[in-house]
Design a protein around this ligand. Sequence first.
Ligand SMILES: [Zn+2]
Length: 270
Amino acid sequence: MKVAIRDDDTSYFTTPEALERVYGDVWDRVPVCLAVVPFAIGYEQRGIPRAHWHSGESFALDRNPALVAFLCDLIASGRVTIALHGYTHQDYPDGYEFQAAPDLPDRVRNGRAYLEQLLGCRVSLFVPPHNALSKCGLAAVASAGLNILGSFLSFRPSMRPWEWRTGPNWWTIQQYRRATGRTRRDPLVYPHVLRYADHAEFGCHSLIPGTTLDALTGPFEEAGRFGGNFCLATHYWEVDAALKHVLDAFLDFASRQPHVRFVRAEELFA
Ligand SMILES: [Zn+2]
């Protein structure tokens, strides 16, 4: 069973200390996939200074050279990998970035090229800001060939660009619902990669304030029973002492299970 960690929202606003505090004793045992915003525009979020919540100013990652140097070291030593997390991550009046922004294909192409050049790494994963993707957003990411790590992936054919795999994948999900006693409305994180013509998708389990260890070990054991894999997703800026305790306890729990292998998030798609 492959187990990975994803952390969202690293951007110009992030300090090396903030990442070190959460992952300093984690990334030597488990590589962390950092979902990075290349040209962050502020929104109401505790990890962003209040002065920039509504400033509308775009901050390129390279304006924070201390963070860039820190990330390059972490990448070189295999402690982190980099995913693309939107382009600006800004919120629009009528939706989140990858639901409402214009020019989504350009944002994917330019954002990815910028991160690869600045950080000297390959980027093969996309994490949607706020886990929200419109049909156009999904098409933009898929046509760039990036795989998607989501948390609330929609499997409804009506919510997706159509291609021949959409039907069989939808049917696979229905079978999984039946096998696990879920109704159409029960939340679901499918523990296998779903492959489409030009990309693949995998769902993550969220670690947010209030998440208990049991809320993670239950789905973890279910994924194991079905021969699946597991990815935990969190935000460094909301990991307080209590959440850090749950994170550490979960990793200890996972490492004690037979057949578990901690992997880079990219390897979930291998
Ligand atoms: Zn985010």
